[in-house]
Design a protein around this ligand. Structure first.
Ligand code: SF4
Ligand code: SF4
Length: 441
């Protein structure tokens, strides 16, 4: 079994929905589709209030190189385009779409699967771009950009990320069990884009035996390896996954392609398959709805733009003991301040957390125990970030590898003094970046 060499933690897995098949959530009457569901600039709206649209129709056009198209996720009428709560914590421009109940596809979208082997590489990348495919594991980086690295970078390794190391989340797990063929077809499409010989892997944590079996069935029809990974957080972080599978180490300032690697989430590979073979835009995804307290724990196929309030109603409302709702996993997800925020392309789960699961004791002085250093997979000194930030010595932090921190949260998880290490790291990054911007303005 493979794993990364440095740091990592073992939080309780709590994969409470791992055996629950994917259910389809009925289409809500109103959708709030954010124009920002990716890294980079929000898409530019190309529709107006009052306009009728069909499912799959473009409603927001990528604005620049790092941006992505956004599509209508059902048929209906555009009601408004306005600023609205976003699951990332900010407000973002959002298209409000009233469903007509017909769910009528735009002509030419979501066709019978076509044979992609006759498509040129340019055609394939154009289809992925047109469909608005972005990294679905959380980063939201436009996939067509990721799959076209600079010409001087020699890619010899393509990895699909099926680790899903965050506690509670099982959306990737269920997709691997239920749609392995589409995922592997996506992997074949991705590897076909590189002219050098490429070794292909799917990395899956050992706690997903049925997913490993489902994918391995396709290994005889295509030369790739399903790598069983130790169940250890953050096994699914890009740098740790590359280290686990290839032994290569991505240094500070490097990107995976600097070490010959391209990594995509299994959900992204499935979206690539649907975009290229079925001309289907990325308009839906699997979302885990979980938490110790709630009865209706599910893996739901949800159309993008479904508001959290609609998911909550469909799952039988929330018990009064729940005091925090998180979009994503408990380690890297975001606590929500509004149930009117919606599911976006990167939403892997909604978690309902109660007081019992939270350590609410107050932050205390660092006792120099070194546990955060031991847990850090990036070989950093997390205690030092917090101490320097609290002394407001922000400019000192980059020299200690501030921007090499992946915000995985392992340090905060193990700290016996409940130091808010990740909070201080994020705050420091924002301050340092703002100072840089001001200097260059
Ligand atoms: S959040 Fe950053 S500093 Fe903390 S363990 Fe993860 S990589 Fe290390
Ligand atoms: S784990 Fe907490 S108390 Fe221990 S060294 Fe790190 S910051 Fe200090």
């Amino acid at each position: 079994m493979k794993t990364f060499k440095i740091g990592g933690i073992h939080p309780p897995e709590n994969k409470l929905t791992e055996g629950n098949s994917i259910e389809v959530l009925p289409i809500p009457s109103e959708l709030a589709i954010p124009l920002l569901q990716h890294l980079g600039k929000p898409a530019k709206p190309v529709v107006k209030a009052g306009q009728r649209v069909k499912k799959g129709e473009l409603i927001g056009e990528a604005d620049g190189f790092i941006s992505a198209n956004v599509h209508a996720t059902t048929s209906g009428t555009i009601k408004a385009i306005k600023s609205h709560p976003h699951p990332g914590g900010q407000y973002a421009p959002t298209v409000f779409l009233e469903s007509d109940g017909q769910d009528e596809w735009l002509d030419g979208c979501n066709t019978e699967p076509q044979d992609w082997q006759s498509f040129s590489k340019e055609d394939i990348l154009n289809r992925i771009k047109a469909a608005g495919v972005v990294g679905m594991g959380g980063a939201g980086f436009p996939t067509n950009v990721k799959l076209a690295p600079p010409k001087d970078k020699v890619i010899d390794t393509v990895i699909l990320n099926g680790a899903e190391c965050e506690p509670f989340l099982t959306s990737d797990h269920r997709l691997m069990v239920e749609e392995p063929e589409g995922i592997i077809e996506g992997l074949k499409i991705i590897t076909s884009l590189f002219s050098t010989p490429v070794k292909a892997y799917v990395g899956v944590e050992a706690n997903k035996k049925d997913a490993i079996e489902a994918l391995a069935k396709y290994a005889s029809s295509y030369n790739f390896e399903v790598v069983q990974l130790e169940t250890k957080y953050p096994q699914g972080a890009e740098k740790q996954l590359i280290n686990s599978i290839t032994g290569r180490k991505i240094q500070e300032g490097e990107l995976p392609f600097d070490k010959g690697c391209i990594v995509n989430n299994v959900g992204t590979a499935f979206a690539v398959y649907e975009a290229v073979c079925k001309n289907k835009p990325l308009i839906e995804r699997v979302v885990t709805v979980s938490g110790i307290e709630i009865q209706a724990k599910k893996n739901l196929k949800v159309i993008i733009g479904t508001m959290f309030s609609d998911i909550i109603s469909a799952c039988g409302n929330i018990p009064g003991t729940v005091n925090q709702v998180i979009s994503g996993g408990p380690m890297m997800g975001k606590a929500q301040y509004s149930f009117e925020a919606s599911i976006i392309k990167t939403s892997s789960g909604i978690l309902f957390i109660n007081n019992e699961g939270l350590d609410t004791s107050r932050e205390r002085t660092c006792i120099r125990c070194g546990k955060c250093v031991e847990a850090c997979p990036q070989e950093l000194q997390p205690w030092l970030f917090t101490n320097l930030a609290q002394r407001r010595e922000f400019d000192e932090l980059p020299a200690y590898g501030l921007f090499n921190c992946t915000e995985c949260g392992s340090c905060t998880y193990v700290c016996p003094s409940k130091r808010e290490i990740v909070h201080w790291i994020k705050y420091s990054k924002a301050i340092v970046n703002n100072r840089k911007k001001r200097k260059s303005a």
